[in-house]
Write a protein that binds this ligand. Structure first.
Ligand code: UD1
Length: 355
């Protein structure tokens, strides 16, 4: 059966909310499951303002097994799940590893168990390019070997990928032995390895809402330009890159949202079953200084920044080979860096107006 109703966990978060907008605009019905631990319930009102449709929000902690299974029982008519809900702060994961393992892994296990109770076997999972560590050869393809994780957060992504692959293989093995249950569809799973999502919806009604001091570059830039932070620290200019600052593959969050719809629709392609992995980036790397220059160029704002020492755990450079996603998902990121930095700034300005 083709997907009509989709469960989006973490649907009020940064990438989740942009994906919900895209799904609603394409005519899907959306149920959001979110514990609001790092987002606000009012995001659904902003989504409604953009799309004219208000998604249903169930406030639920998916790492609570009883609550999670109950949620899936109520929404057993959903045909697919996009599972974003997870904690993602690298530093916090080092300080509080058990919280990360519990929150990110328990919730995945219970979501799978919840789906297992119903007929829903289609899952799009949020993984990260963090699984590649510092690769030897660039750009990275999906076959680039994964590296041991450098922090508990990264490890939860690596382990989650393994859990999904093991589950699919177990399912295939049972079927091969004739032990599959009648009417029990095979699992169809895509794990999407995001590079660095930044930017915000063109309406400036939704965007990234970091709790406290931002860890990531883009919100730190916009908050500094807005006067909320005195100065951006650029972590190191002595890397082996053209300008000495680290290189990442920044991707507009709206391009990423479109990729999720393409991925979910790919699950319905005849012949696809099991699990597959996709890089989601633009295929182009930019240095920290290039992002700052783009921000200044696109917004006309002068940014106060200074070069400081390297941040522990940072890799030097990474960007994606996106051929597989381009070819199989029929998707390509098309928004440029200036559009990313300008939209992030417009979102920040809109937040200030409301504050
Ligand atoms: C980090 C995580 C990644 C996670 C992603 C999403 C690591 C090694 N990786 O990516 O696993 O999926 O966040 O949350 O931590 N920078 C500054 N000053 C700042 C902030 C960042 O110079 O105040 C630089 C960093 O050194 C880096 C670049 O900006 O070179 C991007 O940093 P960030 O936005 O934190 O993303 P990643 O570290 O790439």
């Amino acid at each position: 059966m083709k997907v009509k109703k989709v469960i989006v966990t973490g649907g009020t978060g940064f990438i989740g909310s942009h994906t919900v907008v895209e799904l609603l605009q394409r005519g899907y019905d959306v149920i959001i499951a979110d514990d609001l631990s790092n987002s606000k319930a009012s995001v659904v009102d902003r989504i409604a303002e953009i799309t004219g449709k208000k998604p249903f929000l169930e406030v639920v902690d998916l790492s609570d097994r009883t609550a999670c299974l109950h949620f899936f029982k109520i929404h057993s008519d959903a045909e697919a799940v996009i599972h974003f809900a997870a904690a993602k702060a690298v530093g916090e994961s080092v300080l509080n590893p058990l919280h990360y393992y519990r929150n990110n892994l328990d919730s995945l296990l219970y979501v799978l168990e919840g789906m297992g109770q119903s007929a829903c076997r289609k899952l799009v999972y949020s993984s990260s390019c963090t699984v590649y560590g510092q690769p030897e050869h660039l750009p990275v393809t999906e076959d680039t070997p994964r590296q041991p994780a450098t922090c508990p957060y990264a490890n939860t992504k690596r382990i989650s990928e393994d859990i999904l692959a093991d589950m699919v293989h177990g399912d295939e093995a049972r079927r091969a032995k004739g032990e599959g249950m009648e009417g029990d569809n095979p699992w169809k799973i895509l794990a999407l390895r995001y590079f660095n999502p930044i930017g915000a919806h063109a309406s400036a009604l939704i965007g990234e809402l970091p709790n406290g001091v931002p860890n990531n570059l883009m919100p730190y830039i916009t908050q500094t330009a807005a006067g909320l932070r005195p100065c951006l620290q650029v972590f190191g200019d002595d890397y082996d890159t053209p300008d000495g600052t680290p290189i990442r593959d920044y991707i507009h969050v709206c391009d990423l949202a479109e990729a999720h719809v393409a991925a979910m629709e790919y699950l319905d392609k005849p012949g696809f079953e099991g699990i597959d992995f996709f890089n989601l980036g633009t295929g182009t790397g930019y240095s920290v200084l290039e992002v700052i220059q783009s921000f200044e160029r696109a917004t006309g704002q002068k940014l106060n920044y200074k070069i400081v020492g390297r941040r522990e755990g940072d890799i030097e450079q990474i960007w994606a080979n996106t051929d597989k996603a381009n070819r199989l998902l029929g998707w390509k990121a098309h928004r440029g860096l200036d559009e990313m930095t300008l939209s992030a700034w417009k979102w920040q300005e809109n937040l200030q107006k409301k504050a």
